[in-house]
Design a binder for this molecule. Structure first.
Ligand code: NAD
Length: 333
């Protein structure tokens, strides 16, 4: 069976998705790429043996079986709506839109059409996070008393990007908010937060923080911490520690852990560390595209619906408000 996938946006993450889709050629996947920068689309397509078209209109004219949207955040909502109107299943990078309000028409259209739309919360396809969800849902940890989520970049992205990212909680911790809810099956109901700026003053100048911590409460009363930083010199570090009455489990604690033990004679971790999210989630990103092709073929449902992704954005909004007001903020639903 040939499945024609149109990729829109061949930038940082789009080029990676293109590689993963091209690797599925033997499984019948044909790739067509478009970008506002047509030369960029051709540059990414050529070494992969994929087709490049002149622009987004030309890509939709090809009537692909599925569309992958990897343009900047402002372009997500209009392109999702366009694909849904054309009855084409969609994968779109997170977030659904620049704000929760801007995402609401997308949620309505997706629901009205009964469309299959997958949002790029790749941790849902990461083997460690999947194992944590299975163990929690099987009751192997007993009842959870403590959850600690960490997302730590080695170095900040360009300040021009930070100026439009919505802040550290919306850009990075939104993944932790999503996985906490997805793994536990509970909803986060309130957030308090603190942040700091001890790195490049330009980050504070655009209204963001380089490091932040949120204390979140789930709807069963469980409390979790969510930490993020742009300055983890030891390496890219994404971990989730789950402690329960019966057992504890940690996602991301392997020989690539970006730190060292202070204990004499400890050989762990053997290294090497991950340096970027591309490296940390290489398996998850590959699985994300394989899963989307299965969604397009009608073999499974979307593993992350726009409604679920927007719910994580609502938590991120509450965290950002908490950072700004200094108060505990409810998640507005
Ligand atoms: N899931 C994750 O872990 C993850 C990681 C990084 C980025 N992202 C998300 O991916 C998205 C893209 O990020 P990036 O870092 O790859 O950006 P980028 O700027 O590197 O790439 C965007 C590309 O899209 C093209 N483009 C922009 N608007 C377009 C339009 N309307 N039509 C066609 N092409 C268009 C640009 O020319 C560029 O080549 C962002 O929304 C970001 O939040 C997700």
């Amino acid at each position: 069976m040939t499945t024609r996938i149109g990729l829109i946006g061949a930038g940082r993450i789009g080029a990676m998705h293109a590689e993963h889709l091209a690797a599925l050629a033997d499984d019948g996947v044909d790739l067509i790429i478009a970008d506002v920068d047509a030369a960029r689309a051709a540059e990414v397509a050529e070494p992969l043996g994929a087709a490049a078209v002149a622009d987004v209109d030309a890509l939709f004219a090809e009537q692909p079986d599925g569309v992958v949207i990897a343009v900047g955040t402002g372009g997500h909502a209009p392109l999702i709506l366009r694909a849904v109107e054309a009855s084409i299943p969609v994968f779109c990078e997170k977030p659904v839109a620049e704000t929760v309000e801007a995402a609401l028409p997308v949620l309505e259209a997706v629901e009205a059409a009964g469309a299959q739309v997958q949002i790029g919360h790749q941790r849902r396809l990461d083997p460690g996070h999947c194992e944590a969800r299975r163990a929690v849902q099987a009751g192997e940890l007993g009842w959870l008393h403590t959850l600690r989520a960490i997302t730590a970049d080695m170095t900040p992205p360009p300040v021009e990007f930070l100026a439009t990212s919505g802040g550290l909680f919306r850009d990075c911790s939104v993944h932790d908010f999503d996985t906490l809810q997805w793994i536990t099956g509970r909803r986060i109901v309130e957030v308090c937060a603190r942040g700091s700026n001890r790195g490049d003053p330009a980050i504070g100048a655009v209204g963001d923080v380089d490091t932040a911590h949120a204390l979140v409460t789930l709807d069963d009363g469980t409390v979790a911490t969510v930490s993020a930083t742009r300055y983890n010199g030891a390496g890219h570090d994404v971990r989730l520690e789950l402690q329960g009455s019966a057992a504890s489990l940690q996602v991301g604690l392997d020989d690539s852990y970006a730190g060292r033990s202070a204990e004499a004679g400890a050989a762990f971790p053997a290294g090497p560390v991950h340096r970027t999210f591309h490296e940390r989630f290489a398996a998850a990103y590959r699985e994300e595209m394989r899963t989307f092709v299965a969604v397009v073929r009608g073999e499974q449902d979307s593993p992350c619906t726009p409604a679920e992704a927007v719910d994580a954005s609502r938590v991120a909004d509450a965290a950002q408000r908490a950072l700004e007001t200094g108060r505990t903020e409810p998640v507005r639903r």
